[in-house]
Structure formats: C-alpha cells, structure tokens
Write a protein that binds this ligand. Structure first.
Ligand code: 2HA
Ligand code: ZN
Length: 273
C-alpha cells in the first residue's frame, strides 16, 4: 500500500491540520508522534528506505524495535496536509532503544522533531502503564500558556481551575493535569520531568510554552488537548471580566459528578478554598 493511503497516516495528517486550524502551531511550533501498530508497519513496509542510525539523545529500552510516525524538526504543521513527505517521517528504533533511523519521509532532508526525547520518554512511560497509548501531542495552546503567567505552577491549582471552568473536564481528565516549570525545551531534562508527570496524568503543561497530551488514538488525544485548552480559554475570559468568581462548581458538585459519571477524582484536587 502507498503509505499516504494508510488510515493511520491520514489520521495523523488530519490531526496535525486540526491543530493548525485551532491556532496552536505558529511557524514550526508543536510536534506529534504516533507509535505504529505492527500490522500497520507491515502494510506500508514496501515504502521504507532506511537511512543511517542516529542517537536519540536518551534511552527508551521498552520501545526497542518500535516504529513511530513523527513530525519533522523545523517543519510547519500547516504544510503537513499539502506535503506530508516533506513534513514528517517514519522512524524505527534499534533494539536497545538508543538510536533511531528514518525509514520514510523528510524527502528534502531534516530530522525528526526537536522534542523527540520528550515524545519517546512519554511514549515509554505510557506504554509501560498501558500499551494502548499510542499518541503523544505537543501544542502551543494560547490560553493555557497565558494562565502559566498568572496561576501558581502547581498541579493541584491547574487541575482544579480547569475542572471548574467546564463541567466535562473532570470526566475527560479525571486524573488531573501536571505542570512543568519553565525549562529549556528539546533536551533530556525536560523530557525526564515531563515523562515523570505523564506517569500520573495524560496532560502536562509546560510553563510559558504549551502542553503535552497522551492518548490511545488521534481523536482521544486531540480531544483532550482541545478540552483543556477550551477550559483555559473560559478561565482567561472570566479573569478578564473580574478577578474573582461569583459562583462556581463546588467540591460537593464534583463529588456528585464523580458518582454519577463513575469516575474517581483524587482528593488532592478537592481541597476547600
Ligand atoms: O518547534 O514546539 O518545543 C517545535 C516546538 C519545540
Ligand atoms: Zn513547543
């Protein structure tokens, strides 16, 4: 099969374009990766032309031998839909999870996303907890970024504020949201910090930068990013009208919601204010 005809490639491109249309991917901002299923690898293998092995910059032994579809470093999300073979690539990891090689894509040269260490360490952490996780998504979500200038950089505060702004939030991300303080992007340190939080959460905020989301498929992962960012937008609007809330969703409301929707909300987020 031609690789661009594969459903997982079409889904990846659609998600990248949806993110672009949301305004989360100015210039080369953001990156996306998908851990390809073995049967999907088989179906497109005839397109592969392996290039040289390159160090990942971190080690992900649990992901040895896996294949990923990832956006390219310096590539623009807005171009994924018109020139996917220039904008993205398939990489294969070696058995030790120390090196990768491009097997398809980036036809005009280039490397996988600058955030490859964060993506792969997040994939590994999620895989070890639940191998159903396949998508890691980094976006420059405007309203979440704005909130990192005015809210304490604290998991409990961000989680509670986002939960309060839209009733669906505690149901969509009942485990909450982690917050990484400002760090230099692209390296192993921020990858380690993010993947630690991703053991507990499906969402991690990067202060003054954006967000990472993890999920089983493109719909779930995009929907998670979209839900959190929309909640942040509502909070920005509320804070722009007045500094306090006249009424809100209460702790008792959250408990009632958790019971009826059959979700467990950690007590650390249900503090009295
Ligand atoms: O430019 O978003 O974090 C890609 C990025 C780096
Ligand atoms: Zn970024």
């Amino acid at each position: 099969m031609k690789i661009l005809d594969a459903e997982f490639v079409k889904g990846f491109i659609r998600m990248a374009n949806d993110g672009w249309e949301q305004g989360w991917h100015e210039r080369n901002g953001g990156n996306l990766s998908y851990r390809i299923r073995p049967e999907e690898v088989e179906s497109v293998k005839e397109n592969f032309e392996p290039r040289a092995w390159t160090p990942i910059g971190t080690t992900v032994p649990a992901l040895g031998g896996e294949y990923f579809l990832v956006t390219g470093s310096g590539k623009f999300f807005r171009n994924c839909i018109i020139d996917p073979a220039d904008s993205m690539c398939v990489i294969e990891l070696d058995k030790a999870g120390e090196n990768y090689r491009i097997v398809w894509g980036l036809v005009n040269g280039g490397r996988p996303t600058s955030e490859l260490p964060s993506h792969l360490m997040n994939h590994e952490g999620k895989f070890l907890i639940d191998p159903k996780y396949r998508v890691i998504y980094h976006a420059h979500t405007t309203n979440i970024i704005a909130l990192t200038f005015v809210l304490p950089l604290d998991d409990a505060v961000f989680t509670r504020e986002l939960w309060e702004m839209a009733t669906e939030c505690p149901v969509v991300f009942p485990d909450g949201v982690g917050v990484v303080p400002w760090m230099v992007p692209g390296g192993r340190d921020i990858a380690v910090a993010t993947s630690e939080l991703m053991k507990k959460y499906d969402l991690a905020v990067w202060a003054h930068h954006g967000m990472f989301a993890a999920g089983e498929n493109f719909d779930i992962t995009f929907g998670l990013m979209h839900t959190a960012e929309k909640s942040a937008e509502i909070l920005v609007k509320v804070l722009s009208m007045r500094p306090d809330k006249l009424q809100t969703i209460t702790v008792q409301n959250f408990r009632d919601l958790a019971r009826d929707f059959n979700v467990t909300l950690p007590e650390k987020f249900l503090y009295e204010k």
